[in-house]
Design a protein. Structure first.
Length: 428
């Protein structure tokens, strides 16, 4: 293995995909993570980085292509790091994601459970209602895979058409600015009023004259309807920044575009239906919705008669949730605060809930699982976008709970990310 150092070229046989952008291979006992390869290929690679027990490499030449390899629809897929699985057939993407969820549950949580097949996204391109772009100087784009090298983009194959149409306007805005823009997020509004909201992160203060540029730019755009800029200790907005998400067949949930929302609205409807189904009969039962956001899950649960208590830390999300709850035929209670502290206090008070729904960020719900064990609800529904942190938390929960269902949903085609909904039932 002395010959396997950074810069060396070696030939390897890949096996399957890692939870990440790489295919996995072995070279003289060393694990090699290969970017740009597909499972079951013979590839010549250049070693990018060598660690003690593994290495990272990039494909130089394909000696024998895999039968699951496809030609990527986006010409930037080899350089842009945004969607590193585009070269895999979609059916194989789903199979790899199911295997990854199953392996994480077995390896980390020690749980041997049947994982349902991953339900596909209704759209595999043009599905993202929000994208995040990096800005360097006047250049706008995504980072290249495994680096901080910016790849400029004028078109994103995964973005909804309105966002794609707005990209040139965003580039013009950045070009006119004197302020130091670091990141740009674009959010499609949906609902009765279409359009795109642009959210910008500024380093330092807003430069003199840029406010005038913002107003003029927004007035001249036929796609962008709102602009929100923020920096350390300040924020400004112009136009309409509210967006809608249709979580089921009932009226939409409203949220501020600068807050969190699921990126794939059609797959989100599947997610909501799955949570409602796995929660079971909730009419007149107490349901705790932790990390609740603007009400993506609280609203449909309340509509079905649940007495929902929603806990959320973000002030913007709570304001949206309060407006949504007030407008609903059947609302819910919102508690603003850090979820870990609120649930700890609930457990101390011996608050009783029939169902607890968790939809934490990628870092998981490690800080609340002990409180849930103390409250001992009959059912826990855990929604996760990271199989590793999901498995870590389920390892603790399974001391009192049985995993009754594991249902992955593909919210993120052409990436390694996968949303998973788990139903946990309290054991006697």
């Amino acid at each position: 293995m002395e010959g396997c150092q950074a810069g060396d070229r070696i030939i390897v046989e890949t096996r399957d995909m890692a939870y990440g952008p790489h295919a996995v291979a072995r070279y003289e006992g060393l694990v090699v993570f290969v970017r740009g390869a597909a499972p079951g290929e013979c590839v010549e690679v250049r070693v990018r980085e060598r660690k003690r027990n593994h290495a990272f490499a990039d494909v130089v030449a394909i000696r024998r292509a895999s039968e699951v390899r496809r030609v990527a629809a986006c010409p930037l897929s080899g350089s842009c790091g945004g969607c590193p699985w585009q070269h895999l057939g979609y059916a194989h993407q789903l199979a790899e994601k199911r295997r990854i969820v199953s392996e994480q549950l077995q390896r980390v949580a020690g749980v041997d459970v049947v994982v349902s097949p991953v339900r596909p996204s209704p759209r595999v391109y043009g599905y993202r209602r929000r994208i995040k772009l990096r800005v360097e100087g006047k250049r706008v784009g995504y980072y290249a895979g495994g680096s901080h090298d910016l790849v400029e983009v004028g078109h994103c194959a995964l973005a909804e058409s309105e966002i794609d149409r707005c990209l040139p306007a965003v580039r013009r805005l950045v070009d006119q600015f004197s302020s130091n823009v670091r990141r740009i997020e674009m959010v499609a509004r949906h609902g009765a009023e279409r359009g795109v909201v642009v959210v910008g992160e500024i380093e330092g203060a807003l430069a003199p004259g840029d406010e005038t540029i913002c107003r003029g730019w927004l007035e001249s755009s036929d796609v962008c309807t709102g602009l929100f800029l923020r920096g350390r200790g300040w924020q400004r907005r112009w136009g309409q920044t509210r967006a809608d998400v249709e979580v089921d067949d009932e009226p939409a949930v409203h949220f501020e575009a600068m807050g969190f929302s699921q990126v794939n609205p059609l797959a989100n409807r599947d997610l909501v239906r799955t949570v409602v189904r796995l929660a079971g009969e909730v009419a007149e039962r107490r349901v705790l919705d932790a990390y609740s956001g603007a009400g993506n899950l609280a609203a449909p649960l309340a509509r079905r008669g649940a007495q929902v208590v929603a806990v959320e830390q973000s002030a913007e999300a709570c304001e949206s949730a309060e407006a949504n709850a007030a407008a609903a035929a059947r609302g819910w209670t919102i508690i603003r605060g850090r979820v870990e502290k609120v649930l700890f206090a609930m457990a101390d008070r011996q608050d009783v809930f029939d169902v607890v729904v968790l939809d934490p960020p990628r870092s998981g719900a490690q800080g609340v699982v002990e409180s849930i064990l103390r409250m001992a609800p009959r059912v826990v529904i855990y929604v996760s976008c990271d199989p590793a942190t999901l498995a870590r938390d389920l390892k603790v929960l399974q001391t009192r709970y049985r995993l009754a269902a594991v249902e992955p949903i593909d919210m993120f085609p052409h990436t390694y990310h996968v949303e998973t909904v788990v139903r946990c039932e309290l054991t006697p």
